[in-house]
Design a protein. Structure first.
Length: 644
């Protein structure tokens, strides 16, 4: 019996090896070492006798050595573009050193994109737009960071992660944050993975096939030149987003239902409740976004214009983003556009996706009236969203009637009710040590002094609610999370512009910040939160975790018992955003115009919450009590608990 099992295993191994033979034959048949090519075109060769292909009207000497390259899409094949269109160099010579002079190893890096991807016959408009887009500049990261450090008095303004100075705020970015933007140079050949950062155009548009990975490995280990090139396309999977967006607001991990922890890899091995990332961070599995559950990828919602930019300089990502929930889940038939009226770039995208069907009408975004190229209205007036990778058509349900019925809630964003959780980190500390060298990612060298971040407590909890201004400048109620409840220490500067007010300043800290950030957490849930979970939840109101107790009837007299101790820097609970039944105005958010609820707003919310304890959000109660709440209060009977 044991002998028979051994034979079976051997057979499986032979079958597996046989399956790989064609891949290795490709290398043996087509691949050449650098030394072999140099022998072919050596000092004794006569360049004039060699056949040099002509591409785009000029000699393309590159193809004498690289003639067997394949793996491209039709529009990027060597027959269409040659090699020099992307890699530059000198295509008019067969002498190696001259041919490779000023060659661009990583086409798409934004420093040289105008000469490669953005050259006149290719994508000049896109190249221009992406350089000003937030994914390329990281403008909001720079300005908020400087604001936190007290180096400017507003979280807005100009900034670029590739053009930082050497102030304390900028040095902090150079060491800890600067890699997460498209302007960061690609420095090694590799397919996208969880740790990928930077790379300009190719960060999103370069895809390695399995064969391309095998040949890349052979090149790196044995200098065998690959003949299968990575594919350039618009089929962008979620891994291209993950490297950068699994940090900061962590929308990539949120979307998949993963919340970061402080656990170590060895603590959770073989525990299916956790996922270990390539960088060894440990995440616990929790509720995933409903759109992820349905199979939608990032590009199914996010348009090319909002990711690559439209040429305008926006301060923060919520200004550049143009998609919104009501574009798919509308209450009235949205504006649409016919294929024939689309701009040329949109038509080209449809052509590449083989989706340029005549007669279809594409939905326009409600914010900026730009086409959503995978969302159409069918003959029944239904919204049909087609997946850009799986090509699966999905019917998008209209806005729920409940979203329209509750009076007094017109200012609520969709996220306010439908965000399941946000990632929180409390009590982090960032320290500068002048005696240790820190790695500068821009200069690729060690500098004087090192920034170190000490993480606080991670958790996945429902968001706090507060006020921010929408794209029209109107105040709305939206979701917030702790952006920075943190201390900064060890800096050279003693007096910081915008540091704590004198009456609350603590000598232990040079800078303390309690700033919440507006967030679209990408943890959308189909079922909205209950009314009482807003009106009587202290965390939702910005007070932090704890218990609310009414001290006298009438709904105007409350006490709050926080779960966390008060922070010594300002006397508020560690997880709070605002004072209980007070109006907090100074340094409250990472955005201008964003703030926690005022004292009057808190009182009004709690007053309604008091009634909700007996009269929940059933339709009959909404009609009877909440449609005209103030009149209902006047008519309450002696049985009412809130009777003064």
């Amino acid at each position: 019996m044991a002998k028979k099992r051994k034979t079976t295993i051997l057979s499986l191994v032979l079958i597996a090896c046989a399956a790989l033979i064609p891949l290795f034959l490709v290398d043996l048949k087509w691949g050449k070492t650098i030394q072999e090519i140099e022998k072919t075109i050596g000092a004794g060769s006569d360049p004039e006798s060699m056949v040099v292909p002509t591409i785009q009207g000029h000699r393309e000497g590159c193809l004498v050595c690289h003639s067997n390259m394949r793996g491209f899409s039709d529009s990027h094949s060597v027959e269409a573009l040659g090699c020099s269109s992307c890699h530059l160099g000198n295509p008019f010579t067969l002498e190696k050193s001259e041919a490779h002079r000023q060659m661009v190893l990583f086409p798409g890096d934004l420093e040289t994109a105008d000469l490669t991807c953005g050259s006149a016959p290719c994508h000049p408009d896109l190249s221009k737009n992406i350089k000003n887009a937030l994914m390329a500049t990281g403008r909001g990261m720079v300005t908020v960071n400087r604001y936190v450090f007290g180096e400017q008095d507003t979280p807005d303004g100009m900034g670029h992660l590739s053009r930082l100075g050497h102030t304390e705020a900028d040095t902090h970015l150079r060491q800890l944050c600067v890699r997460c933007h498209l302007g960061y140079k690609k420095r090694e050949y590799a397919p996208a993975n969880q740790k990928s950062k930077g790379g300009g155009c190719t960060a999103c548009h370069l895809e390695y096939s399995r064969e391309a990975v095998i040949q890349l490995t052979a090149y790196l280990e044995k200098k065998v030149l690959p003949v299968i090139h990575p594919l350039l396309n618009i089929q962008i999977n979620n891994m291209r987003c993950f490297g950068c967006h699994s940090r900061s607001g962590r929308i990539s991990t949120n979307y998949e239902g993963l919340c970061e922890t402080l656990k170590k890899e060895e603590e959770v091995l073989n525990d299916t409740r956790y996922k270990i990332l390539d960088d060894k961070r440990v995440f616990v599995k929790t509720e995933q976004d409903i759109h992820h559950e349905k199979g939608l990828v990032c590009i199914d919602c996010h348009t090319s214009t909002e990711t690559m930019g439209d040429g305008k300089a926006y301060n923060h990502q919520e200004e550049q983003v143009e998609i919104s929930c009501i574009d798919c889940h509308f209450k009235e038939t949205p504006d649409t556009i016919e294929v024939s009226h689309l701009d040329q770039i949109s038509k080209k995208i449809l052509e590449l996706r083989k989706n340029n069907k005549s007669g279809e009408r594409f939905v326009l975004t409600s914010r900026k009236s730009r086409p959503i190229l995978n969302l159409v209205i069918n003959s029944k007036g239904e919204a049909i969203l087609t997946g850009k990778l799986d090509n699966k058509a999905r019917k998008s349900p209209p806005l729920a009637q409940a979203c329209l019925e509750i009076p007094g809630h017109k200012r609520l964003s969709c996220q306010s009710c439908h965000t399941a959780w946000v990632p929180t980190c409390l009590g982090c500390h960032t320290e500068f040590n002048k005696d240790k060298p820190g790695w500068d990612h821009l200069e690729q060298a060690y500098g004087t002094g090192k920034w170190t971040e000490l993480k606080g407590e991670f958790s996945a909890k429902p968001p706090a609610l507060g006020i921010r201004k929408d794209h029209n400048g109107m105040e709305i109620i939206d979701t917030f999370m702790p952006g920075m409840i943190m201390t900064l220490g060890g800096m050279k500067t003693k007096e910081i512009i915008g540091a704590l007010p004198q009456q609350t300043r603590n000598r232990e800290y040079q800078i303390f910040r309690r700033l919440y950030a507006p967030t679209d957490a990408h943890t959308t849930t189909k079922k909205g939160r209950t009314c009482i979970s807003c009106h009587l939840d202290p965390a939702a109101l910005g007070f932090g975790q704890g218990e609310l107790r009414e001290t006298a009837p009438g709904g105007d007299h409350w006490q709050f018992f926080p779960e966390y101790a008060n922070h010594p820097a300002d006397g508020l609970p560690f997880d709070a955003w605002t004072d209980f039944l007070e109006t907090r105005t100074e340094y409250t958010s990472t955005r201008r115009g964003a703030r926690p609820f005022s004292k009057e707003e808190q009182q009004k919310i709690l007053k309604v919450g008091n009634c909700l304890r007996c009269h929940d959000e059933k339709k009959e109660n909404i009609k009877k009590i909440y449609i005209n709440f103030e009149e209902s209060i006047k008519k309450r009977s002696k049985k009412c608990m809130v009777l003064p």
